[in-house]
Design a protein. Sequence first.
Length: 69
Amino acid sequence: MKVDEYKVLVMCIENGVQVGWNRAHKHSDTPEPHYVQSCIDEAVLHEIFEYFNFDEDGDSAVNEISGMG
């Protein structure tokens, strides 16, 4: 059996966007745009890390992109 990585990645992004959007609007109907973006970014990365493992090099690249490194 082989996993279709593209479909899993799309699922992660779609779920992350929805979770992030909901989180940003949890306490406010009109959150600041930068807060919405931050919540979506964090949720998408969380979803991706839930389903994908990165080797040492890939991990560093992802951390740099996400601002965690």
